[in-house]
Design a protein around this ligand. Sequence first.
Ligand SMILES: NC(=O)c1ccc[n+]([C@@H]2O[C@H](COP(=O)([O-])OP(=O)(O)OC[C@H]3O[C@@H](n4cnc5c(N)ncnc54)[C@H](O)[C@@H]3O)[C@@H](O)[C@H]2O)c1
Length: 353
Amino acid sequence: MPPSILVTGGAGYVGSHTVATLLERDDNRYDIVVVDNLSNSYRSENEKKPEALRRIEDMTGSTIHFYANDIRDRAALNRIFENHEIECVIHFAALKAVGESVEKPLEYYQANITGTCTLLEVMREHGVTQLVYSSSCTVYGEPQKLPLDEGHPTGQGISSPYGRTKYFCEEIMKDLCASDQNWKVISLRYFNPVGAHGSGRIGEDPYGIPNNLMPFISQVAVGRLSELLVFGGDYPTADGSGVRDYIHVQDLADGHVRAIQLFQDPRFVGFQPINLGTGTGYSVLQMVAAFEAASGCKIPHRVVGRRAGDIATNYADVSLARQLLGWGASRTVIDMCRDTWKWQSENPNGYKN
Ligand SMILES: NC(=O)c1ccc[n+]([C@@H]2O[C@H](COP(=O)([O-])OP(=O)(O)OC[C@H]3O[C@@H](n4cnc5c(N)ncnc54)[C@H](O)[C@@H]3O)[C@@H](O)[C@H]2O)c1
């Protein structure tokens, strides 16, 4: 049996791009096994696999092993580990809507923390101790200084239960690594993933009204939404709108591949957080202008009040990623907008075409 990578939440946005990137590599030696409960990904009625994975199989000529299970289902996870020679896990599965997490904290703690603990326990039972974790720059809370580096304090002033689940999971993984030297955990702290696969065949397809900027802009562009609401026009930034470090999802996916390669280094042990961003911030209004330039579409937008919990500016210090992973983002804001537009214009209803 070839070695496998288990990808939890692999039918979702970042997960599907990472699966595609892994399978597109000439030197890929892994089978890909995905577990996803389809709570935020789409499978059409007559299909066994989610549409994103079906398309990746089509694009790469590879077979993806798919299990429609929840990561809290211990028996189902055990069966997956029994069926495959899992070498490492990339753990994307989580609920991720910041606003919803304020209204439903227990659901978020249950899915994200209990889910992660169950996964770690089953991994330990099967002697699998290498994990890449999807963390977030939200663990830094309100920035005390910019750019944010990995030494910045975490866990203070986090504004949502969602953000706290990411922080708590990191703490759990740190404790686990401290208790047993066999564990290798790389916690990738994403800044703001946007864009889509250059083919236009896979992309971000959120259920309901998007929480994030780029799917919102692109759904306005295709006429699914009438206008973009810009939350806050009075931040202390050049144009008053919030500034974020946007990173192309394909660059992010490459970062996961590099993280898995780091597991091969026998000197690497324990828990290691690493920022994945570009190191440059763009404002909401700059992103709107870039999208208009890349797509040729006008984006009607209106500046409204600030959204509770939002901060003015954040961007990453990415030197550690360069040093440890030999990784840096190569795609520009124009690439991000062009690829988002290709995906959305060719799939106006996302995967439900
Ligand atoms: N997209 C972002 O802006 C962003 C930023 C920082 C961190 N992250 C983290 O990256 C990861 C992936 O994010 P995404 O944008 O791809 O989200 P997504 O919702 O598109 O993907 C998550 C996938 O996990 C699945 N899932 C959710 N709960 C599950 C469970 N209990 N069991 C099995 N499957 C489950 C969903 O069906 C979905 O397919 C998440 O952990 C998220 O917190 C995302």
